[in-house]
Design a protein around this ligand. Structure first.
Ligand code: FAQ
Length: 317
């Protein structure tokens, strides 16, 4: 069969909403696009543990500490499913990690901002997990099977995270004037970086056309950003907080909230490695990887020994 026939069959399967599995034929571009997106996503999950980890020892109560610990542990699990999904496409874990540590691979811009107060734990859960859910629920229907299936569990867990964050902010907003101000300050700092999480505007998004055509992505960056805007505004009203956007206006014609211009210069700067915490985040990840070397070596040696024992037992039998 020629490549052209294979491509046509592949696109027919996509049109029929069939799942593409790791051993199926797929165009090179599809494989590369998936490895890029899934790896970026996996890196985001494990780098995303760092801003919150900063508050495990500072949580205001044992209940909050236990919930935060569980959330951060969930993010580690998400990273692991995603690295495994990338491996089914032929990517090597060591290569992926190396690309993260050398700055070649991207991860979500949002995690390059600092966490300055306890209210930031609320804002991350509410806004960052909230944005991640809106982005990831459609990925449960991604055309690539392992990615789609991983997203089902991830999205369930992210829903708990989002409520955990909202509840932290609700408690602060019902507290003293100082606590409410802390929540507002946190929203002021996290709002625009959260809007940037959805990626560049559709017109400036080089990957969207192919990803939408092959049903890796089901909605465009701007469509998802608008959904986030519309879902979050009423939640801010419940908290009694003001979204820091002077241009925010209800549009009666479209039935959506119109929002102000995003600072794309800031976004590009952060993505290129020049955000407030980029260097700190990569350094922390690299140290964790280096410090875990003995664990990986011990696990590999143990697995080899177990295989050897199994084959020896077989021979005796
Ligand atoms: N930050 O052509 P597009 C989470 C890059 S998980 C950095 O539009 P695409 C859970 C993009 O990679 C959060 N880079 O790209 C959690 C591309 O790079 P290239 C992560 C960005 O892929 C919560 C270039 O710009 N979620 O939060 C960003 O079609 C709390 C051009 O962009 C995912 O990764 C950005 N914000 O669409 C954990 C979801 N945006 O080609 C801990 C899966 C774009 O130059 C605590 N990913 N870029 O190498 C996606 O849905 C997509 O990859 C998009 C970007 C929507 C992010």
């Amino acid at each position: 069969m020629t490549i052209l026939n294979l491509e046509e069959q592949f696109m027919n399967r996509i049109a029929a909403d069939e799942k593409i599995e790791p051993k199926d034929w797929m165009p090179d571009k599809y494989r590369k696009t998936l490895i890029r997106q899934i790896a970026q996503h996996a890196h985001s999950e494990i780098v995303g543990m760092l801003p919150e980890a900063n508050y495990i020892s500072r949580a205001p109560s044992l209940r909050r500490k236990a919930a935060l610990l569980a959330k951060i542990q969930d993010e580690a699990g998400h990273g692991l499913y995603l690295y495994c999904a990338a491996e089914t496409l032929g990517a090597e874990r060591d290569t992926l990690m190396d690309e993260l540590h050398t700055g070649k691979a991207k991860y979500s811009s949002i995690f390059n901002y600092p966490t300055l107060t306890w209210a930031d734990m609320g804002a991350i859960g509410w806004l960052v997990d909230g944005a991640a859910i809106l982005n990831q629920v459609p990925l449960c229907k991604c055309s690539f099977g392992p990615y789609a299936r991983a997203m089902v569990r991830v999205c369930k867990e992210e829903s708990f995270h989002q409520r955990q964050g909202f509840e932290i902010l609700l408690t602060l907003c019902n507290g003293t004037a100082e606590q409410k101000q802390m929540a507002q300050d946190s929203l002021n700092r996290w709002w625009w970086p959260s809007m940037m999480m959805f990626g560049p505007n559709d017109a400036d998004s080089p990957n969207s056309e192919y990803s939408m055509k092959t049903k890796i992505k089901r909605f465009s960056n701007d469509e998802l950003r608008q959904r986030f805007m519309d879902a979050t505004k009423p939640q801010a009203d419940i908290l009694g907080l003001t979204i820091p956007d002077p241009d925010l206006k209800w549009n009666e014609v479209t039935g959506h909230w119109d929002y102000g211009e995003i600072n794309w210069e800031e976004f590009n700067n952060v993505v290129q490695g020049n955000g407030p915490c980029n260097k700190l985040r990569v350094k922390a990840r690299k140290e964790a990887w280096d410090n875990g070397k003995w664990v990986r070596e011990a696990a590999t040696a143990y697995a080899a020994k177990r295989e050897q024992r199994k084959s020896e037992t077989k021979q005796v039998a």
